[in-house]
Design a binder for this molecule. Structure first.
Ligand code: SAH
Length: 352
């Protein structure tokens, strides 16, 4: 695989352009073309000779869509393919205020959570910052028509980003932070850190490091249990980091960034959603600057864990609210196109 231009910052693009004997203003044309999701070939303002020179070292096409599934509610699920043939999945959720894209940060995952399909084949490799960014650039480009129709030329289709696709973002810390800098860069997509949510299974040292990056993204922790003994049953990472340490790191994050933090809590039958769990959650989180997102389990066919009924989910939510927690039950969208949390890729790999 060749290198990716999308891995370079604006300044690095400028250095590259000058080093290849081109005028400085070509850097702007190249960078803008890339930020519009174009392949090298498609950037018409550049000479054919310069483009050939670039293509000797850099991939013409960083990413392509292998398959796309569209739900009746407008949700789009993607299988993206990178230059080396690796596949990851992504989701685009359409809301009135803008589009939220869920991006992947690794091919596979090595965290081993029992309910998650991303981890079934282990970790194949990290994605580079440019590969993470390319997922958004491509989706923006695919929605260009909608933009010119309604939202205006300057608008971007994707206004919000969640790092909740396959992979553990903080297990690929360097590239993920580089991606966050690139996607929030003023000369690039200029997406505010406030519109970005990073979800982690709780890698404490990296959570603390993130608090010092000056990138106040919404930190979201996958909790899914109320004691360490319970948590280790579904999340092997709980052997390394205790819930108490995670909560402390969340408080540090709040102190450093001023941002409240979030917990994801996937409801798993017989595991974590009885009254005693609600009571412990309330005890643990009451008064903290946090919000709890309850999620219905997407049952993974390779695993035996079961979801609970809607009624039971709302009952659990009611208990948390009564106990004074800020909580919501995540709306289910795109259900008719199935698959999520690595299941799309898993079934694709099985087929091919
Ligand atoms: N590695 C990150 C991002 C994972 S995906 C993390 O652990 O947070 C985002 C969320 O989806 C996580 O909370 C994850 O635990 C949850 N998830 C994974 N598989 C799921 C499934 N089958 N059903 C419901 N939620 C799931």
């Amino acid at each position: 695989m060749k290198k990716l231009l999308q891995d370079l910052s604006y300044n690095e693009i400028e250095t590259l352009v000058l080093s290849l004997g081109e005028k400085k203003f070509r850097a702007k044309q190249l960078y803008e073309g890339l930020m519009q999701g174009k392949t090298i070939d498609a950037i018409t303002s550049l000479s054919a000779a310069f483009k050939s020179r670039l293509k000797e070292e850099y991939e013409n096409e960083a990413i392509k869509v292998r398959e796309v599934f569209t739900s009746s509610d407008g949700t789009e699920k993607y299988l993206f393919e990178f230059a080396d043939g690796n596949i990851v999945e992504g989701v685009l959720m359409k809301y009135k205020y803008g589009y939220t894209q869920c991006v992947s940060t690794q091919v596979g995952c090595r965290m081993g959570c029992k309910f998650c399909a991303s981890t079934l084949g282990g970790l194949l490799r990290n994605l580079s910052s440019g590969e993470i960014l390319s997922q958004i650039l491509l989706v923006n480009a695919l929605h260009k028509k909608e933009l010119s129709a309604g939202l205006g030329k300057e608008a971007r289709a994707v206004t919000n980003i969640v790092l909740m696709g396959s992979g553990e973002p903080l297990d690929n810390y360097h590239e993920v932070v580089k991606f966050l800098r690139a996607v929030t860069a003023e000369e690039g997509l200029n997406i505010s850190a406030r519109n970005i949510s990073l979800s982690t299974c709780g890698l404490v040292p990296k959570m603390l490091a993130l608090a010092n990056e000056g990138l106040p993204v919404n930190l979201t922790v996958s909790l899914h249990a109320t004691t360490d003994e319970e948590r280790v049953r579904t999340m092997p990472v709980a052997k390394r980091y205790k819930i108490a340490e995670i909560l402390k790191a969340c408080d540090v994050y709040f102190q450093k960034t001023g941002r409240r933090y979030y917990f994801e809590y996937t409801l798993i039958a017989g595991e974590n959603c009885d009254e005693e769990h609600a009571t412990r959650l309330i005890e643990m989180l009451k008064g903290k600057p946090c919000h709890v997102n309850l999620i219905r389990l997407n049952e993974v066919k390779e695993r035996s864990l079961k979801s609970i009924s809607d009624k039971a989910a709302y009952r659990f939510l009611g208990l948390l609210e009564k106990g004074g927690l800020s909580a919501t039950l995540r709306r289910q969208i795109g259900v008719d196109i199935g698959g999520a949390c690595g299941q799309l890729r898993a079934s694709y790999l099985e087929k091919s």
